[in-house]
Write a protein that binds this ligand. Structure first.
Ligand SMILES: C[S@@+](CC[C@H](N)C(=O)[O-])C[C@H]1O[C@@H](n2cnc3c(N)ncnc32)[C@H](O)[C@@H]1O
Length: 240
């Protein structure tokens, strides 16, 4: 925790501390400024402009064959080091690209696939009809609430999704409450520090920014695995 605090600038540290002690409906780190808008929704969180949500009509893109090389999903899931009985929330699950892979690793546990688009969750249910992923439960979340019971999950993963959350503070507050003490958060985002990563800027995040935003709700940065071609795999922990 000390190392994280050393990284925080004073204004951001004050915001983080304020969040610990207030139940603000709107986090003070939010700013809506249409004049500063670039390609996102014109709402900023701790200086980062939030991107638009990827619509369900583009779901095929999530299953493109090239993604295996670009995002190495099986290696990502292997690096989550899941125990067979764990409960894992896949937040912003989309069509279940990661949910089904995780489901195979938690044969005695469960995957809670959360998304705000019912059409995405319907794609997961359709795939389950083939007999796979029987331990995946879909949950229709709200833009500001993952709708997970408190103290119910061992881990949460968000792949290429967090930068789309229009209410990142409320979402992460909900994830934090849902985690058991010692629970882990796996945050995968395209590397914002790397101009050679061929992704639009608002669909990327720097590690520094991610650590700041997770610290607001009390998540501690544990490590970042940088084995992926274009993404950070950042791991955060809820203190015990
Ligand atoms: C780019 S897709 C990624 C899907 C999936 N994680 C994957 O890697 O294939 C992002 C998903 O996040 C979802 N999303 C956006 N905001 C959300 C929120 N507040 N809560 C839950 N899901 C959200 C979108 O509906 C979309 O399905």
């Amino acid at each position: 925790m000390i190392s994280i605090l050393k990284r925080l600038s004073v204004p951001f540290l004050l915001l983080a501390l304020a969040a610990q002690f207030t139940q603000a409906a709107e986090h003070p780190g939010y700013l809506v400024d249409p004049e500063r808008r670039t390609t996102g929704i014109g709402k900023f969180y701790m200086g980062r402009e939030i991107s638009f949500v990827m619509g369900h009509l583009a779901a095929d893109w999530l299953n493109r064959p090239g993604r295996i090389m670009e995002e190495m999903p099986d290696e990502v899931v292997a690096n989550m080091n899941l125990a067979p009985d764990e409960v894992v929330a896949d937040i912003g699950a989309g069509s279940g690209y990661f949910s089904f892979r995780i489901a195979g690793k938690v044969s005695d546990g469960e995957v809670l696939a959360v998304d705000i688009q019912q059409e995405m969750l319907d794609l997961i249910v359709q795939r389950q009809a083939d007999g796979k992923g029987g331990n995946i439960r879909t949950i229709l979340g709200a833009i500001d609430d993952p709708r997970l019971p408190e103290n119910s999950i061992d881990a949460a993963i968000m792949v290429d999704a967090y930068h789309e959350f229009s209410h990142p503070f409320e979402m992460m507050d909900g994830v934090y409450r849902a985690l058991k003490p010692g629970g882990r958060v796996f945050l995968l985002e395209y590397r914002g520090e790397d101009a050679s990563v061929p992704i639009r800027p608002l669909h990327k995040m720097t590690q520094e920014q991610a650590i700041l935003e997770m610290a607001v709700v009390g998540l501690e940065w544990s490590e970042t695995l940088d084995f992926l071609p274009w993404q950070h795999m950042m791991i955060f922990t809820k203190p015990k």
